[in-house]
Design a protein around this ligand. Sequence first.
Ligand SMILES: [Zn+2]
Ligand SMILES: [Zn+2]
Ligand SMILES: [Zn+2]
Length: 562
Amino acid sequence: MLPEKRVARIVQDADGVLASDPLQSRNLFTKALAISPYDPDLWQKRAVAHTKLGYPDLAIGDAYRALLLVQELLEAHDESEFGFAGLVAWRGRRQQPRNTYATSDDTASSDDGHGEVEEETELDADSIPAISESEDKDLRDTDIAARRLICSSLLELGCLLDGLEQADAALKVYPEDNELKRIKEEADAKVSAGREKGLSDYQLREGQVARVIYPWNEFEPNRTSPVTVERMNEFVNVSSSGNLEVKVTELPMLVPDPEDEKKVITKKSIQLGVYAVKDLPANTQVFSERSILTVNNRLFDPLCDCCNGPLDPLNTLSCPDCDEVMFCSDQCKDEALEKYHPTLCGIGIDFLFKSAHSRHEVANDASATASTSNPTKALYSLLLLRTLAMALTQDVNPLEILPVKYLYGSSPPPPPPEKPPTLPFTFSDNILSVFHILTRLEVDPFKVSLHTFDIWHTLTIHSKILGTASARHNPTSGQPEVAALHLCYSIVNHDCEPCLMWECKSEMQFRTLREVKKGEEVRDCYTDPRIESWKKRREWLIGSLGGGCRCGRCIRESQADP
Ligand SMILES: [Zn+2]
Ligand SMILES: [Zn+2]
Ligand SMILES: [Zn+2]
């Protein structure tokens, strides 16, 4: 069957089930996009399906691509990168009869392409007709729909200032659009209310997204299944030299909103925990884990690009093809060249460190708006870059990369009426910057994304990074300078009264702070345990825990001083 006909048929099916089965509809649009990635309508339609499913984050990513492609198609005759292919595909699909099943040549054998479309490959930008007035109108309708959806989804997530700025930018192009005017009024009111409460610009940009596994994500292991626990124990046994083991455990269910706390106080969630296999004496190193999923911002002391360890100035190794990176040992150099560096060799990363507080004037200028929102987020974007580079270098799906596959990022949605925990989301960190990273890696952000780098992949990786990354701050400046992902470290649960303390140089290490008995769960503190106010600790921890801390110390202190 001709591709445009296949796409038209899939789209017809997807449109048909959008209201009754948005998940099936979303999966069909994804299938259509795999065949025809430069058709803006398909992205916009999938954005609507994502909205219906309750994933405004994914809707924004899709609508943003629709908006960029509309621009490409309008400029198809000016050598735009995707415009020509997009225009041919968009026209081809639209020229199919409205009911694609009603056509007579239904069987594959009669679809051998004799006739009008056969010459398609010979067309070039000069020989295809210019965009007609009605086509121009249809493309602009898609543009308007995409912009409305971006703005309303941003507001829904709480990215208020971005929602307002995008509405402003859209109204400059479509000043007469009443729906955009309505969205802008809503955004204006919400931003003003936030300002009155004393929220900073950064707080007004940061929204919250539900921390749930997308239903089509087949890569996520069942974390508490015997098979996964056994696999994790292989890793933990090595890193802890047999001191520690992983077991399934029950933790109190945490909720972001203190108001809801009383209702769920008795609810437990099934998680993993790390336990002492034998008595462990105080002040002893009980664990050491190496990772190559590390990043440093190269602004302070030079560090090994692979393991973040210190460099010996007399014995530093570098990449044979670029002078951007240095390694502490042959092991690190070999591993970098084998597992990730070839994809990154020669790619500048400075764009990830530019201040994000420049205004996002026009939504469709990715390069101008790609910088991340703060230094920690920049390190997290670098971790995403490293993960994608590992996937490309090793030719593996990024969600299959170790340790990414086993890192905790999100859970299946809880049964209603309970709300899932949330994760911070910003337009610049999660959408614009990611789009820019993909283009820098020479990944086609429309085409390849469907197989390995679709928006849900990068958002899933982001959730794992936010959930498990450790960041070390420079002692002089206080700025974060390194971040890393360590699987075994990430399984250790939090306590504001920890029995372990971690330290990360070239390896992640745990020392015992007191004697630990055989069978006891070992825990470390995800924030600084010296912070005395339980309210302050809770505020710092809410992002990484996904809710208010309910450890023994916090419960005790909150009861004594509510
Ligand atoms: Zn190293
Ligand atoms: Zn290099
Ligand atoms: Zn606590």
